[in-house]
Design a protein around this ligand. Structure first.
Ligand code: ZN
Length: 154
């Protein structure tokens, strides 16, 4: 086939088509899921908002305080989900650029299984473990040095 359609010749990701498709499907799926949740919550908040004024007159002080807390929690949840949504959008952009799913330290492909569990993992399992061990050692050393180093720096 003399198909001259060499799309993405420059940006052709080094990952296999298969892996790309799998990862894209995974990220897209999460994005849709989160999007629906955030949208649903926003609608809920807006409907409650319309009632809020009258409702607060009826509720006694304790109940309204509880409602406020509940609202705060809902808001925090929606905010968290929106942030995750942004991260997924970023990941999708990186996937298109062929940068997503590679270990930051060794450059190897991060196992698909790991990415499904941790879509924002930036290191493969081995490198992450090595890093955690190094951090732990550092913390232990710092603890052994004690607080005196804090004062030495001053
Ligand atoms: Zn690695």
């Amino acid at each position: 086939m003399a198909n001259k359609n060499v799309q993405n010749a420059a940006a052709e990701p080094k990952m296999s088509r298969n892996r790309y498709a799998e990862l894209k499907q995974m990220l897209d799926g999460r994005r849709k899921e989160l999007h629906a949740q955030v949208q649903g919550k926003m609608r809920g908040v807006r409907e409650e908002g319309a009632w809020g004024g009258k409702l607060n007159e009826v509720l006694d002080a304790v109940e309204s305080a509880e409602a406020d807390i509940q609202e705060d929690i809902e808001f925090a949840l929606v905010q968290m989900k929106s942030e995750t949504l942004n991260k997924i959008n970023d990941a999708l952009v990186r996937l298109e650029q062929g940068d997503y799913g590679y270990c930051y330290d060794c450059g190897e492909e991060i196992a698909e299984k790991r990415l499904r569990a941790l879509p924002f993992a930036v290191r493969c399992k081995d490198c992450e473990e090595a890093r955690e061990n190094a951090e732990q050692r550092e913390r232990q050393m710092a603890a052994r040095r004690g607080t005196s180093s804090l004062f030495l720096d001053m």
